[in-house]
Design a protein around this ligand. Sequence first.
Ligand code: ATR
Length: 296
Amino acid sequence: MITTGTTRVVGIFGDPIEHSLSPVIQNAAFAAAGLDYTYVPFHVIPKDLAAAVQSIRALDLAGVNITIPHKEAVLPLIDQVDDVAEEIGAVNTIINRKGRLVGYNTDGVGYLLSLRDELGFTPRGKNIVIIGAGGAARAIFYTTLLDAPASVVVANRTPERAKALIDEFSPRFPEVAVSSAGLGPGLSGYAASADLVVNTTSLGMMGAGEVPLPFDALSRSAIVSDIVYKPLETPLITQAEELGLRTHKGLGMLIRQGAVGFELWTGRAAPVEIMRMAAMAALGLTDERPDKGMHE
Ligand code: ATR
């Protein structure tokens, strides 16, 4: 696709920005959809965030993604924040509606769409264990609560942080049994009935430690999910696969949250499998699934 005078520009603001996979994923999607759009990374340091947001209007960008460390700081700088993003307290996608900047959070919904598409899993009526209580956990916890699970346990190294998270959200969802736990043996009590266990921490990334999950206590029908995608096969995923459990790897959330952004900016259905293949290629991986490329 050649950039011309009519090309619509979408950006991503972050610090650092050079490792982002979003430009590769989004540009592959724009090309596959035959859209006159381009996606550009911008290295925006915190002191320049307000000026960068103003430039979305000045330069008439179609929209932007917002990544670390700006997801919370950007809220007061835009014109409207969607309800889910407001509750999560973080925006990762902005659409420019004729100079009016509207912010969304596609992390939680992207995660759940990926689980639904890849494994047919939806939270409704299920027992869910979320490991971690940081920004990613917050997005996944809140969007999961919206889908009426039977129970959610938030387990974190610092249990007080998990407790603070559930105290904030759970009063609005009295029909969901919500509890907090530490990462130690206390988690075993919840593992047996868990339908889904998801790691939202950085544990399992290259150089980080492993998620201390009591695999012995897990039900054979549980899904083990990891939002870490570098490496794609984290120790958590490998162990779960060795035990014959169903697994859900981290790339799905990245692709799906990007797909939601693509649909917001362009109004077109996202070519999800093209986006997945572009991400896999950028990570130096090949897609071994038998049905690759069949779901456009
Ligand atoms: P993010 O926005 O990516 O979720 P974050 O807000 O910094 O990042 O949260 C990081 C999460 O990973 C937290 O749940 C953190 O646990 P603490 O609240 O106890 O800090 C968890 N985490 C990071 N490193 C960890 C480690 N070595 N062991 C256990 N949990 C870890």
